[in-house]
Design a protein around this ligand. Structure first.
Ligand SMILES: Nc1ncnc2c1ncn2[C@@H]1O[C@H](COP(=O)(O)OP(=O)(O)OP(=O)(O)O)[C@@H](O)[C@H]1O
Length: 313
């Protein structure tokens, strides 16, 4: 039996008189000890899925089983126990992870206190965890006295305080610079090994996603199957940059300039080599044939970006 099993999970939110369907029948499984990254554009439903798995929310329909326990059946004390002891959360925002009036040690002992662990044991375990995240010398500091990377390391120790088997991380490195982000990911990998954690991580950053055993793409509430960077469709990222699959980047990279032309058949990328021996890349050829909404969306956004000019570079 898989450690996590998601079957036809739907989450629809009612807003005034209409419904927003954030998840449209999600199916996936995860094995114990596996690390999976979920990537996808803003509003795709990534946080909605993490909230369901963390027991913070209930699906509108479908089945959700973690470690043999159906999350739909959890209520009251059993649900509180699940949230407090079976699953750990790390968020992007420090204020969601940590209490600012408590020291690093005080933050890590809090979930243990709520779980009824004795004062002696919780101090001992919190010190061990803060040692594991290499912060032993900072245990009495408050979050405001720590750097962003150190705050995230305390957050990881807090998430692991009650020894959960599942760690859910929502953009855990989103607020960090590149070098600190890599250090935090390396630490997560060490802890995964040490505590046999199963990790589900949401990220926008393909570099961070590469730490995972598998990458799932969530788009408009539906999961794409195990897309890798190589076969991902071209798309505009949140900063308006056109992201291309690896094979296309390799074809185009020798060119000093790339001309972008809007043609009736789609968007054409044309490398401008000095010798005219170039390879054109038609964006529509890179998109799956059944991805009609993707094609319309991408071309529409690119037209707007290019100011409806026929040609730009
Ligand atoms: N509590 C809520 N009430 C109403 N609509 C919601 C609620 N939470 C999320 N949504 C909507 O559900 C959809 C999915 O949101 P969700 O936050 O899960 O996406 P996301 O992929 O995590 O986005 P981001 O990367 O921006 O965090 C969006 O259209 C969002 O506006």
């Amino acid at each position: 039996m898989p450690f996590i099993s998601c079957k036809q999970v739907v989450r629809a939110y009612k807003v005034d008189n209409h419904e927003i369907v954030a998840l449209r029948g999600i199916d996936f499984t995860m094995e114990k000890g596996e690390m999976v990254a979920i990537i996808g554009p803003s509003g795709a439903g990534k946080s909605s899925l993490l909230n369901l798995l963390g027991g913070l929310d209930k699906p509108t329909a479908g089945q959700l089983i973690v470690d043999g326990q159906s999350l739909l059946e959890l209520k009251g004390r059993a649900l509180a126990h699940y949230r407090l002891e079976r699953v750990g959360f790390v968020w992007q925002e420090v204020e969601k992870n940590l209490l600012f009036h408590r020291s690093a040690l005080g933050n890590v002992t809090l979930p243990m206190m709520l779980a009824g662990v004795s004062p002696f044991t919780r101090r001992k375990q919190a010190r061990e965890l803060l040692d594991a995240v290499d912060l032993l010398e900072h245990i009495n500091k408050k979050p405001s006295q720590l750097s962003g990377g150190q705050q995230q390391r305390v957050a990881i120790a807090v998430a692991l305080a009650n020894k959960p088997q599942l760690l859910l991380a929502d953009e855990p490195t989103g607020a960090l610079d590149g070098k600190t982000a890599v250090a935090v990911m390396d630490l997560l990998m060490d802890l995964r090994e040490r505590y046999g954690l199963t990790i589900l991580m949401v990220t926008h950053d393909m570099k961070m996603a590469q730490y995972a055993d598998r990458v799932l793409t969530l788009r408009d509430g539906a999961l794409g199957q195990n897309m890798s960077d190589e076969d991902a469709s071209p798309h505009l990222d949140e900063d308006g940059r056109l992201q291309l699959p690896q094979n296309v980047r390799t074809t185009l990279k020798e060119a000093p300039y790339i001309a972008v032309e809007i043609r009736p058949e789609g968007v054409l990328l044309r490398p401008e080599h000095e010798d005219e021996d170039h390879t054109d890349a038609l964006l529509s050829d890179m998109l799956p044939q059944d991805a009609a909404p993707d094609r319309r969306g991408l071309f529409g956004r690119m037209r707007r970006l290019l100011g409806r000019k026929d040609r730009a570079s």
